[in-house]
Ligand binder design. Sequence first.
Ligand code: 13P
Ligand code: 13P
Ligand code: MG
Ligand code: MG
Ligand code: MG
Length: 382
Amino acid sequence: DKITLSVIKADVGSISGHYMPHPDQLAAATKVLSEAKQKGLLIDFYVTHVGDDIQLIMTHTKGPDHPDIHGLAWDAFQAATKVAKELKLYAAGQDLLSDAFSGNVRGLGPGVAELEMEERKAEPVITFHADKTEPGAFNLPMYRIFADPFNTAGLVIDPRMHAGFVFEVFDVYEGKSVLLKTPEESYDLLALIGTPGRYIVRRVYRKEDNLLAAVVSVERLNLVAGQYVGKDDPVAIVRAQSGLPAVGEILEAFAFPHLVAGWMRGSHHGPLVPVSMRYARVTRFDGPPRVLALGWNISKGRLIGPADLFDDVAFDETRRLALQIAEYMRRHGPFMPHRLGPEEMEYTTLPEVLERLKNRFVKTEEVKVVKRHSEMLSGEHD
Ligand code: 13P
Ligand code: 13P
Ligand code: MG
Ligand code: MG
Ligand code: MG
């Protein structure tokens, strides 16, 4: 039987501000999933968090987008929301944008990455879990993992990777995807995914045999809700070794703490900091944005792990650089490029500010002849 690894996540409330879930929330979600495991719906599962986002990592044989699995995740998030309300945690039920579940959590708020696989002789997989950022945050590392030989030696050395990979890029505004091949269409690919707020690397296939190697959650909450409801805080699944990038090649792509959108109020650029589970909680300016990497081996659907892969001195210099960048960016205060650009601010308070000032904008020539300063302040010059 094919095994499906489903990573479904949501923020349903946090201790303190947007810091991390309360242990009782994780326990409530765990209870729901362990009942499903007893009934045989799940083969295995693991519940954890990054920042304030609860992560459900599940294996089963139902395939992606299955109503039973999505319904189960929905129930687990509802249970954790109930705890959040009871404890008066902050933003209880934050990412559950709908009251009614209708067979699939996509479009309802939770983020979803699901990968169906024929288990190989050894099946090493890494799940990535990010907080205070958006799905496009994975664009740069995905490119480096699967298309950049300066990151991934295997692209040059391993005959099974030599033909390259195919990227599915999803346009979140149009709801359409395009398949682009690397290395031959690398520049087209980069032209798109360099705009990570719009074009998101959604899936990566090995060209040789179309094996699905990586999946990223593409849900963008603000676009779903039409207003600001926190950041998407995406997840990704990447398979490793044996004709795919090695675990170390996959992790190498995170050794450079690139700037991503998110952080405070989802409205600022900051460095993506690779962290261990111990530091999977956010503080400074509600961040900085961070990513957790969990290593697994899947054996007949059982989840062997996790290995807390960024819990290593090898990433200390990355973190040090990231914190310097965080300091540098913070000093810009409310100025771009620390604050996001106007297109991205559309879902926050910017439209409201513009609406309020609408009548107070005058043509430059008029400014010269405006009689009194007070007229400009009141907008009465119209
Ligand atoms: P080993 O010889 O330790 O298996 O290493 C192979 C490899 O994939 C290193 O990247
Ligand atoms: P989250 O999406 O992690 O809840 O972040 C919300 C926020 O506004 C942080 O400042
Ligand atoms: Mg939150
Ligand atoms: Mg979050
Ligand atoms: Mg969020």
